[in-house]
Design a protein around this ligand. Structure first.
Ligand SMILES: C[S@@+](CC[C@H](N)C(=O)[O-])C[C@H]1O[C@@H](n2cnc3c(N)ncnc32)[C@H](O)[C@@H]1O
Length: 364
């Protein structure tokens, strides 16, 4: 299963790339300003573009780094002294990455933060009823892996990209056995069979193709980073509903940040207002778009949006028209549904293309 990310463009990425290729030749730089799980960034890299990827969530940063920057497994040379086999496979036969994955599978469980806050055996620190995001055994394994990664970092045994890969792998493995219906907004009241399976770490398969270097992945608000974005085209894929990603993906965010925040309320959400998105507010969304378009060093913008979004197609065109010419294409796609929904309605996916007029400099 890996990751089910609301609004992920996996199913329409070819359509998006077809459009981008019409206006930017391979070798150019394309910024993916709300990169999420990196599906568009990866496709851009594989199509020969230099990629600048941005997202306000730390999980998106590590996931996209892993997808875009790695075409082969990193060697994990500095972590050799920590490798642990299971007695069956000869460690010497595996690559450094193979050994680290096997080590993760063999770590002894630890009763830590995930066990206490997110499993039925734990006692949440705010006195809430024990939560059921993970079985107690799986939560203890997640705690063990978190502690192991922390130790590797503290002892400088891994590189930055090896760290991103381990965070990516822990998020994906946890998603497979999380007792949720699509997002982490709340856990399910009864454990589903999938969530009772033991957590398993499987080596990530890396995708090849495109430039090995010249990419930049950043963590932060697109509005704030816009002034340092210099690209032939900026692709923007904002949230289109009120649902905040930081709240709905709070557990992968805690894995990505490697911290132990206060788990608030019944659902145990991390305090997430520092990652609040103005794109989830009908009042603030226009000025958020304007800040990006006015400040990014780019004259072309391509924006994905949905007919179910906070703004209508006409409102979007009106918002962008003040910057230059706008063209719109649309195509039908199936709605995102959580695991316990059966709806298969189609909605329209929009692509707004804006060619911004050159900003005229007043001569001194
Ligand atoms: C529709 S998803 C993007 C999906 C992505 N294109 C993919 O294929 O996985 C929207 C993303 O925007 C991010 N986001 C929301 N507001 C943001 C902001 N102001 N700056 C940067 N990222 C933001 C969210 O964290 C989320 O990952």
């Amino acid at each position: 299963m890996g990751q089910r990310y609301i609004g992920a463009k996996t199913r329409v990425v070819d359509e998006i790339l077809r459009y981008i290729k019409k206006v930017v030749p391979a070798g150019g730089t394309v910024a993916d300003l709300m990169c999420g799980n990196g599906s568009v960034s990866l496709k851009l890299r594989k199509s020969g573009y230099k990629v600048i990827a941005v997202d306000v969530l730390c999980q998106a940063y590590h996931i996209t780094r892993t997808k875009v920057l790695l075409q082969d497994p990193p060697p994990f040379c500095g972590a050799k002294r920590y490798f642990k086999g299971d007695g069956q496979l000869l460690l010497a036969e595996l690559s450094g990455y193979g050994m680290i994955v096997q080590t993760l599978n063999n770590l002894l469980p630890v009763e830590g933060y995930f066990w206490r806050e997110f499993s039925p055996e734990g006692k949440p620190s705010n006195g809430s009823t024990p939560r059921k995001y993970f079985s107690a055994e799986n939560a203890k394994k997640i705690d063990a892996v978190r502690a192991f990664i922390k130790k590797l970092v503290e002892e400088k045994a891994i590189t930055d990209i090896e760290y991103s890969l381990l965070i990516h792998d822990l998020i994906m493995a946890s998603n497979n056995i999380a007792n949720i219906a699509g997002t982490y907004g709340h856990y399910l009241s009864k454990f589903v069979p999938r969530a009772l399976q033991p957590i398993e770490f499987i080596s990530t398969k890396f995708e090849r193709g495109g430039l090995l270097e010249g990419h930049k992945i950043m963590n932060g608000y697109a509005e704030k980073l816009a002034p340092i974005i210099e690209a032939d085209l900026c692709y923007i894929d904002p949230p289109y509903k009120k649902r905040q990603y930081a709240a709905n993906y709070h557990i992968p965010e805690t894995i990505a940040r490697g911290d132990e925040p206060e788990a608030q309320g019944k659902s145990g959400l991390r305090p997430w207002l520092d990652q609040y998105s103005d794109f989830c507010s009908k009042r603030k969304i226009r000025s958020a778009f304007e800040t990006i378009i006015a400040n990014a060093k780019s004259s072309r913008f391509l924006v994905s949006y949905s007919s179910e979004g906070l703004l209508s197609r006409k409102e979007m065109v009106d918002a962008f028209s003040k910057f230059g010419d706008v063209a719109v294409t649309e195509f039908p796609i199936k709605r995102f549904k959580s695991r316990n929904e059966h709806a298969s309605e189609k909605v329209m996916e929009y692509l707004f293309y804006l060619q911004r007029e050159p900003i005229v400099q007043i001569p001194e």
